[in-house]
Design a binder for this molecule. Structure first.
Ligand code: ZN
Ligand code: ZN
Length: 671
């Protein structure tokens, strides 16, 4: 990873942004000064002292404010031999405290509830530290099991997206709740609380005033100048032009709120901005302005070919007609052999036999039965499924009881359909579906007068397929939800839309070029449509630009790390075990980098399980591929029945990612 170089850079030259340094975005004073003596350069902080070299991994911003650079940054505010910590990360900060003369941590304050910020807290709480957390996230600290035991947070997630996938696996006692405007005094430091929602709904920043300086600790609001840690945390519904969309459709939906938060941080006029991940910024204004600019450029690129413009034009009136936006072509009527109701397309043969695509609700089964009774169709002979979202599958269990016919799906999609609880994906219905014919990519069969060919189609989601139906001059391509005539359906990051050559929508567009359909069909659109060669070339160009733009915006060496929340996932996601047995699962790491990466994972059970962490499983993860790491953990007999969450520590390239993924076990009574 190129970030390895960054690390070297910060050790050699202090904490100024390497990107700024190299690009010379910042005028010479600040960036170059850090190259020499690492001066804390600031416009407004009066009497700014020079950060001094401290035990490795610690930056001293002033006598009383230090920053520990572990897997996350931890703020250390000192009062004699006591310290207040701002976030505590995995707790490894404890190892340097004594070396800088701190004997006791008496207070912990948290910017937000994510595991990587807080998973090391209990060691300090047990030795007497008091905690203060964002009031809006209190329950996620004090009672995370309520979150994990609520199936609504795991299955059928549609309207209310909240980036809570990094919720703690065990509780942290809460002593105080913090709100905007609150103040804490710690020794000679005054700490003001600033509400800065965006990365999470309740995120706070802390303005520390001491030694004549002002430093802001901003959690995950910003990673570095013009960069954020991830985009999937900003998945959120929003309203515009009288229309409201839910979280599922809200790609980057919380970026406005985040930019508002960052503007509040700007108003503080701090000399240094300390992010949870990333390097200290000594020009907060420029860092924030660059981020706001990049957000706009990224969003404009996203909108330019978004299928969402077809469904919700009111949301995008600012962009309509701008140069660089793909015009939306009208559709045209489908051929007579097709019927469309709900999200179902039904192909009817000259013989009267019907072939059904998707069954989104039991109502669809009733409608099919009525068609049989009325003699509109003579029989139901097959079911093909486009993807796993419940608005396409929730009637399949009923359908399979009513009609004895084979169910077809691409074999990758079939894995999700047949074992849905093994996956954490949006809109998953937890009831398993029988798939009789898992299909290979390009597999063909004849159905009456129609030739059918199944294709893997990683469009709307990574687990999606397409069906080409040919007859005479007709070449009908059923693309599920992947396109409207406005472009690409990639508005929910949790569906895993990869950017890059030969993956995601680039793959799909190549397939369209190759198959040359006369008609394309979306499950939610009555009309047929196609794309011209020019439109396909335009969409490709936009995707290439997007890979670059998102790459600049995100904190990683490839954009996909910041847009794919499942690049580290557990297979299965959820399973049942009996106490006293071993639980086995695999951690699946998608290396989105262009180089192989040394990668290691281990399982970290919650204390309540009374089991030790597993050994590290270590391998080189091949570039642009999935690597599987098998892990096993003994579940002690006497473990309380119910749901337990096991976290996964990850090392990938130069990055250490504490508790970055999780697997859920449901312990049955026994053992
Ligand atoms: Zn976070
Ligand atoms: Zn869908």
């Amino acid at each position: 990873m190129t970030r390895e170089n960054d690390r070297t850079f910060s050790v050699l030259f202090g904490q100024a942004s390497r990107r700024q340094f190299l690009k010379g975005v910042v005028s010479s004073t600040a960036a170059l000064a850090t190259g020499g003596g690492a001066a804390l350069s600031t416009r407004r902080a009066v009497g700014a002292a020079e950060p001094t070299r401290e035990p490795s991994g610690v930056t001293r911003l002033s006598d009383h404010v230090l920053v520990y650079h572990g897997p996350t940054n931890v703020g250390i505010v000192r009062n004699g031999a006591e310290a207040l910590l701002i976030d505590c990360g995995d707790g490894s900060v404890a190892e340097v405290l004594s070396r800088i003369g701190v004997r006791k941590v008496t207070q912990l304050v948290f910017t937000h509830h994510h595991r990587d910020q807080a998973c090391g807290a209990n060691r300090f709480v047990e030795s007497g530290a008091k905690t203060a957390v964002p009031a809006a996230e209190k329950n996620l600290f004090a009672d995370p099991s309520a979150y994990w035991n609520n199936d609504g947070n795991i299955f059928r997630v549609y309207r209310t997206f909240r980036p809570d996938h990094l919720t703690l696996i065990e509780p942290i006692r809460v002593d105080r709740e913090l709100k905007d405007g609150d103040e804490l005094i710690f020794g000679s430091a005054r700490i003001r609380v600033l509400a800065t929602p965006g990365h999470t709904a309740g995120s706070l920043s802390f303005v520390v005033e001491v030694d004549g300086q002002t430093v802001v600790f901003s959690g995950d609001c910003i990673f570095d100048a013009g960069q954020v840690w991830d985009l999937y945390s900003l998945q959120k519904g929003f309203s515009k032009g009288g229309r409201t969309i839910g979280g599922y459709h809200g790609f980057m939906g919380d970026r406005w709120r985040l930019v508002e938060s960052l503007n509040r941080i700007k108003q503080v006029g701090a000399g240094a901005l300390v992010p949870s991940h990333g390097r200290i910024m000594f020009h907060p204004d420029r860092a924030i302005d660059l981020l706001a600019e990049r957000f706009e450029a990224c969003y404009e690129n996203y909108v330019s070919i978004s299928a969402l413009r077809h469904y919700f034009p009111e949301l995008f009136t600012d962009y309509a007609g701008r140069p660089g936006q793909m015009p939306i072509r009208p559709g045209f009527p489908p051929p007579k052999c097709l019927q469309h109701f709900g999200t179902t397309w039904m192909l009817v043969s000259q013989t009267g036999a019907a072939f059904v695509m998707d069954v989104g609700s039991p109502r669809i089964v009733t409608q099919i039965k009525q068609k049989l009774q009325r003699g509109e169709i003579k029989s139901v002979e097959g079911l093909w499924v486009t993807h796993y979202h419940f608005d396409h599958t929730a009637g399949i269990v009923d359908f399979q009881q009513a009609f004895d016919c084979p169910c077809y799906a691409d074999r990758r999609l079939a894995q999700v359909l047949t074992q849905p609880s093994a996956w954490r994906l949006p809109c998953v219905d937890p009831r398993p579906i029988r798939v009789h014919r898992p299909l290979e990519d390009g597999q063909s069969w004849q159905w009456h007068e129609f030739k059918m060919t199944s294709y893997y189609y990683p469009g709307q989601t990574l687990y999606h397929d397409a069906l080409l139906v040919e007859h005479g001059d007709l070449r009908m391509l059923f693309v599920g939800d992947s396109h409207t005539m406005a472009g690409l359906d990639d508005y929910c990051t949790y569906n895993r839309n990869w950017l890059g050559r030969g993956v995601g929508f680039q793959y799909c567009l190549s397939l369209i070029e190759q198959l040359k359909p006369t008609h394309m069909f979306n499950c939610h659109v009555n009309d047929a449509f196609t794309f011209t060669r020019r439109e396909i070339a335009f969409m490709r160009k936009k995707l290439n630009e997007r890979e670059k733009l998102f790459g600049e915006l995100l904190a990683w060496d490839h954009a996909n790390y910041g847009t794919d929340p499942s690049w580290v996932r557990c297979d299965p996601y959820m399973q049942k075990v009996t106490a006293g047995q071993k639980v086995r699962f695999e951690v699946v790491v998608t290396n989105h980098s262009v180089e192989p990466q040394p990668t290691a994972v281990r399982a970290v059970p919650p204390k309540s399980l009374g089991a030790a962490p597993s050994d590290w499983s270590e391998r080189r993860a091949a570039a642009k591929a999935e690597t599987r790491f098998p892990l096993a953990l003994a579940i002690p007999s006497g473990t309380k029945p119910g749901r337990h969450v096991i976290a996964i520590d990850v090392r990938h390239g130069a990055r250490r990612l504490p508790q970055f993924a999780e697997t859920i076990i449901e312990v049955a009574a026994g053992g």
